[in-house]
Design a protein around this ligand. Structure first.
Ligand code: HEC
Ligand code: HEC
Length: 388
């Protein structure tokens, strides 16, 4: 008996030290940010968002009358076969321009999830598969899509011509009536001018980065919990999220396969590989007759990649205000942020093509911390207010 006692004491002491060490590693205050980390944080900061580059394909892109005209078109339900659907049916301002559904619903059901259009004026490509190369050419598709507005070019133009206010604005921007495709693309250009004003606003994350830049430790502690700091450190470090979700909009606007699993029974979506073929051929693309740019300004289109790595690839979405954009993924197949993180943690083989993301093997606490950080990006969008 006596010979055992010291062993028990040693075992208890070892266990006590080990659990104290574990407790300390989980709960000690996070380390201060290194210089390199501060540089990454500042690159994600809304302050770092450059001015919106001009859109040479759209001569009225920044024209105040076009913005006002476009805003009215965006919310006008007359441009639909049943008079009940507008762009804002699916892109609802109060939901960060999404609809809260797995897939958009209007006259029928869209094939994919409604993305937030906040800040997408910065992207050279529109849609999950980038099958349009400008916002004005994108805006023309839902109007004629049988599942969305289910209208057509002639009906769209007729409404503009017959509405006194619209026709006055149209003429001041584009002149008298012209060919159908020209007039139709002009209407898209006004909608795009409005969409260029839809931008994210300062989130708690941005205020935190301002406090980091100012080396104000007290304000940092007031703005971010230790869990959020750890989640942010994982996001930019071990979990490698900034490989794709980088820059102030938290997207590289590139196409990646992240192995999302479909709803049962759905045919796997080929994504960008089909989208890139479509945009290269599309009559309203940057090289087509209706764009206002010189051909030499169509670099994105001329150099678009078409390789097999684009099978099952989708455009990296912005992570700003995720709070308001559930469900997630191109088919809305992930209901919650916890589902998104569980997916990245496991990184299953892709159903089609090759999953670029590697399994993370993080524990539940670490996943919760990344989620806590992601929620700090919540902030509403602003857009040009109705001036009428
Ligand atoms: C039925 C719902 C619905 C309606 C109505 C609708 N959209 Fe969309 N919108 C979607 C869906 C779904 C997608 C994604 C489709 C895809 O990627 O294949 C999308 C994509 C977009 C995008 C691309 C955003 C990005 O990040 O790639 C823009 C811009 C956009 N819509 C603007 C508009 C405009 C302008 C209108 C009105 C003319 C409109 N939408 C009408 C559902 C809708
Ligand atoms: C290889 C590039 C890549 C990496 C790495 C990556 N993402 Fe993504 N992310 C994407 C793409 C692409 C999508 C859209 C996938 C789809 O719908 O098929 C996406 C979708 C998301 C979404 C859903 C957003 C929405 O609006 O639908 C969230 C949230 C997200 N990622 C967070 C993260 C986090 C957190 C990490 C790190 C753990 C991460 N991502 C790592 C490229 C990436």
């Amino acid at each position: 008996m006596n010979t055992r006692a010291p062993i028990i004491v040693i075992v208890i002491a070892v266990l006590a030290v080990a659990s104290a060490a574990w407790w300390w590693s989980e709960n000690r205050p996070p380390a201060a940010w290194s210089e390199d980390e501060v540089a990454v944080l500042e690159s994600l900061w809304l302050e770092s968002l450059p001015d919106l580059p001009p859109d040479p394909t759209n001569a009225v892109a920044d024209n105040p009358t076009a913005i006002e005209f476009g805003q009215q078109l965006f919310f006008d339900t007359r441009f639909s076969v049943n008079g009940g659907i507008s762009c804002a049916t699916c892109h609802q301002p109060e939901r960060h321009f999404t609809d809260g559904l797995p897939k958009g619903v209007a006259i029928g059901m869209s094939k994919r999830n409604t993305p937030s259009i906040v800040g997408t004026a910065y992207s050279p490509w529109q849609y999950w598969d980038g099958r349009r190369d400008s916002q004005w050419s994108q805006a023309l598709s839902p109007l004629e899509d049988p599942d969305e507005h289910a209208s057509n070019r002639l009906m769209t133009i007729a409404i503009v011509v017959e509405d006194k206010k619209y026709w006055r604005m149209y003429k001041s921007l584009f002149g008298e009536a012209a060919g159908v495709d020209t007039m139709y693309s002009n209407i898209g250009k006004a909608i795009a001018a409005f969409e260029r004003t839809i931008m994210p606003t300062t989130s708690r994350f941005d205020e935190y980065v301002a406090a980091v830049a100012a080396e104000d430790r007290e304000r940092q502690a007031a703005l971010f919990s230790d869990d959020e700091v750890r989640g942010l450190r994982l996001f930019i470090g071990e979990a490698n999220c900034t490989q794709c979700h980088n820059g102030p909009l938290l997207t590289n606007n590139e196409f990646h396969n992240t192995g999302l699993i479909n709803f049962p029974g759905e045919v796997p979506d080929k994504g960008r590989i089909v989208g890139v073929r479509e945009v290269l051929e599309h009559p309203f693309n940057c090289e087509g007759p209706h764009n206002d740019a010189a051909r030499k300004e169509c670099g994105e289109l001329a150099f678009a990649r078409t390789g097999a790595d684009l099978i099952g690839a989708f455009r990296t979405p912005s992570l700003r205000n995720l709070e308001n954009t559930a469900p997630y993924g191109h088919k809305g197949q992930l209901a919650t942020l916890a589902d998104v993180l569980a997916h990245y943690n496991a990184a299953p083989d892709a159903m089609i093509g090759h999953n670029e993301a590697k399994p993370l093997d993080l524990n539940d606490r670490e996943l919760m911390q990344i989620e806590a950080f992601l929620r700090s990006l919540a902030a509403p969008a602003t857009f040009e207010q109705d001036k009428t």
